[in-house]
Design a protein around this ligand. Structure first.
Ligand SMILES: O=C(O)CCC(=O)C(=O)O
Ligand SMILES: [Fe+2]
Length: 474
């Protein structure tokens, strides 16, 4: 059975994760790593890059991935203030206005507010201590369910079917804990996403000649109109056969820059600059590091990684411009000039997920639109594992929701924008993409199911730049 990532999952806090059950996905595409027979793009040397044309807005000290994970989560000054002294209603209203609507809807449902409630109403209902209000909601809901002793709820907390009658308090406490953890996660994401939005800048402020020269209308089509993107090359044909928004660009980052960036990452790892090993069941054993290459409070970022970050930041602006020229409808994009470097060691992997915020199987839309990956593995060869696996649809059979999915359902949250819309128990195809040095992969964060195959090497490296949307979800 496919286990859905628990609400406690720390897999970046964004994954609508499912376990990678053998046989869940049938490979209609290649199951072996596939290489392009010929490079489609010309080599564009990412050297001699100037400084970014404009800098971002104020950039308080924060680490989004840590913020989104449970446990010792550092807080921005704003978030901290909101939680400790109680946010003034106006600030809370603004936070809710900037938050992903799916999350706000979930809060409304938990607070028993009508569908038409305005952000002011939600702010008023949350009060001076939203975290406490949500905990009280969790306890109230847990008490109601414990009285009714629903079988699904008992199953969720691991009690026998008659436990509700014998131990209603035990059932209630366990449920209350699960519910409040889930709601705390939603609340944290609401705050993080609004802070994140404040830090982002329009992609037009990061235009780079390098990116402008290599991005074509075909890339824009591959992302936003995949049915129109045709390719004569086997590998790209296979990819376009998936019918999802994905573009792969090879040999556009100079090997020298990529190798230097790889060397810098290895040094950072040796210097102990990486996070702890992830304990999450979604991406066990992975480690990461945020590299702030733009905005205020830049760095310190080693020089090749700085150049790479600045180069990658040029891609969304170029894509937006090419989409406009080719009349391909594309959202207006923003970005936060932060790269996430992540490494996967022997056996570590990442279960299939989408890059959207989520708790349990209830995937909430966020403002992330594109995931831009650059692989930095000079020696990679077939057998080394760590391929990026892209699916054409959810690899989760819809009939077997995992344990995490019961939490939002029992809480009465219906704002599910993930599996239910895309899942299919058969006909799931996938393509594996080798994490080759300098290879760029761009895909639509909210739609594309992807995971990482178990790595057979000590350090499989990728850097990621996430691109947001101008006006929230489309
Ligand atoms: O490194 C990769 O290939 C993908 C990483 C990923 O999916 C993520 O960090 O969300
Ligand atoms: Fe991902």
């Amino acid at each position: 059975m496919n286990a859905v990532c628990s609400p406690r999952c720390t897999c970046h806090g964004h994954g609508t994760c499912i376990s990678h059950a053998p046989g869940a996905a049938e490979a209609l595409g290649a199951s072996e790593p596939v290489e392009p027979s010929e490079p489609l793009e010309l080599l564009a040397v990412a050297g001699g890059l100037g400084k970014a044309a404009s800098k971002g807005p104020s950039d308080p000290e924060f680490n989004v991935r840590q913020l989104r994970s449970h446990g010792a989560a550092p807080r921005t000054a704003a978030v901290h203030a909101a939680q400790t002294v109680g946010a003034p209603p106006q600030e809370l209203t603004q936070t809710l206005t900037a938050a992903p609507p799916g999350l706000v809807k979930a809060l409304m449902q938990v607070l028993d507010l009508p569908d038409q409630a305005a952000p002011e109403d939600v702010a008023a209902a949350l009060g001076a201590d939203p975290q406490m209000t949500l905990t009280l909601c969790a306890v109230k809901r847990a008490s109601e369910i414990a009285m009714g002793s629903k079988e699904e709820a008992l199953q969720l907390v691991g009690f026998p079917p008659n436990a509700g009658i014998q131990d209603p308090e035990g059932v209630r406490n366990k449920l209350a804990e699960l519910f409040s953890t889930y709601l705390a996660e939603i609340w944290e994401i609401v705050q993080v996403s609004s802070v994140f939005k404040e830090l982002s800048v329009p992609v037009s402020s990061w235009r780079r000649p390098w990116a402008d020269a290599l991005v074509t209308a075909r890339h824009a089509q591959q992302l936003w109109a995949p049915h129109l993107a045709v390719s004569p090359h086997d590998f790209y044909q296979l990819l376009s056969g998936l019918g999802i928004g994905v573009a792969v660009l090879d040999r556009v980052v100079s090997p020298q820059l990529a190798e230097e960036a790889h060397g810098e990452l290895e040094t950072l790892a040796d210097q102990g600059k990486l996070s702890e090993f992830s304990q999450s069941t979604c991406n066990p054993g992975s480690r990461h590091l945020w590299l702030r290459f733009g905005g205020v409070n830049v760095g310190p970022v080693p020089p090749a990684l700085q150049r790479l970050g600045e180069a990658l930041a040029g891609l969304p602006g170029a894509l937006e411009a090419k989409a406009k020229e080719a009349q391909v409808p594309c959202p207006r994009l923003r970005l936060v000039p932060n790269l996430m470097a992540a490494t996967y060691g022997h056996g570590s992997h990442y279960v299939p997920h989408k890059d959207m915020y989520s708790g349990g199987s209830c995937g909430f839309e966020n403002t992330r639109m594109l995931t831009i990956l650059c692989y930095l593995n000079p020696q990679w060869q077939p057998g080394d594992g760590g391929e990026l696996r892209l699916f054409n649809t959810s690899p989760a059979p819809p009939s077997s929701p995992g344990p995490g999915s019961a939490v939002p359902r029992l809480l009465g949250i219906t704002a599910d924008h993930s599996e239910s819309m895309t899942s299919s128990s058969h006909g799931t195809a996938h393509v594996d993409i080798a994490p080759l040095l300098g290879r760029l992969v761009i895909f639509r964060s909210r739609e594309v199911w992807h995971g990482i195959q178990p790595s057979a090497t000590a350090r499989r490296w990728a850097v990621t730049l996430w691109v947001l949307a101008e006006d929230g979800p489309e």
